[in-house]
Design a protein around this ligand. Structure first.
Ligand code: ZN
Length: 333
């Protein structure tokens, strides 16, 4: 009996120390800002032992001085993601650009490849979307393409140029190739935020990425529902002058909530949406689920929104970098 009690006690001690160790780690990972300090000032401290040189930002803060502004921008730099990054033939990604957090969706959602890499946010939204589709009786939806590194895009493009160069001179071959395969650096797939879909039926045919996809139950479901999960149909035929791509009814792009719904409702492609937010500076939007958001454009010399009554870091749910020190911030009101 004593022996059993002893084993039980030792086990509890081990479990308890494991739990406190985990808890301690979690706390130290979170200590970038003070939640408890509500003096309304952003306090700066240098040389926190975990995060050397990082400024401590009070999330309940209002901007009063230039130093507060600097601290908020520092916070933006650390929190930023690329969910609204614009990639097209006029806005190229460098050869070295790579999404920060890459996950493999193969085996988790129906995919045609052994590996289907995506940027983390897009990956998580995709899983939620597949669950949504399944709950509404949609089967036979497949992911055909996700993250494509620059080097792979180069291979695809060069192969096309080679195929055309038997018929045309090099310049014409390149031009012809670029109509079918994106020039390296101009493909959204390099962000890990773009996904090509197809259906079980179309996968039996020679080319599963065809115009036809929009008339399948899977395609239709995506057009009507993908915005609820943060995705938009990226290339519409009527926007071809702005996007530079004729039509790709299979290519969806993760932009996040609530942007996907705003773009879909207002019939704006990503190029137009970014311009719209830049021009308006502040957009207030209530989504389909009754959630209210403030979407604002911020740069150093253009930060009125940070001085407004509505703004506090506490409400910031997303900071998306769209250019050098240029952000679209999303606040949940
Ligand atoms: Zn695509």
């Amino acid at each position: 009996m004593k022996k059993i009690a002893f084993v039980f006690l030792s086990l509890s001690v081990i479990l308890l120390s494991m739990y406190s160790y985990k808890l301690l780690n979690e706390i130290s990972a979170r200590n970038v800002y003070h939640e408890e300090d509500s003096t309304g000032k952003i306090s700066k401290t240098e040389g926190n032992n975990e995060t050397e040189g990082e400024q401590v930002v009070d999330r309940k803060t209002k901007i009063i001085e230039d130093s507060d502004l600097e601290a908020v921008f520092d916070y933006f730099r650390r929190q930023k993601d690329h969910s609204l990054i614009l990639v097209n033939k006029w806005n190229l990604l460098s050869e070295n650009y790579q999404p920060t957090d890459i996950k493999d969706a193969a085996g988790i959602v129906p995919s045609t490849k052994e590996q289907m890499l995506l940027q983390k946010e897009a990956y998580e939204a995709l899983i939620t979307m597949f669950n949504g589709a399944k709950n509404e009786g949609i089967e036979g939806l497949f992911v055909v393409s996700g993250y494509r590194p620059y080097s792979y895009q180069s291979q695809l493009y060069n192969a096309k140029v080679n195929a055309f160069s038997s018929q045309y001179d090099l310049e014409t071959a390149k031009e012809k190739a670029s109509e079918i395969v994106a020039i390296p650096g101009t493909s959204e797939h390099q962000t890990g935020l773009a996904i090509d879909f197809s259906s079980a039926e179309l996968l039996k045919t020679a080319d599963p990425l065809v115009e036809e996809f929009k008339n399948t139950p899977q395609g239709e479901w995506l057009y009507n529902n993908s915005w609820k999960y943060g995705f938009v149909l990226r290339y519409l035929p009527e926007k071809k002058e702005i996007t530079g791509i004729i039509s790709e009814p299979w290519h969806f792009r993760y932009v996040g909530i609530p942007h996907a719904q705003y773009m879909t409702l207002n019939h704006l492609c990503l190029e137009e949406y970014i311009e719209h937010v830049k021009e308006e500076k502040v957009v207030i939007f209530e989504d389909y689920f009754g959630n209210k958001y403030l979407i604002g454009f911020v740069q150093k010399e253009n930060h009125d929104i940070l001085l407004s009554e509505e703004f506090s870091l506490e409400k910031v749910m997303n900071v998306s970098e769209i250019g050098e020190e240029e952000y679209i911030i999303t606040l949940k009101l």
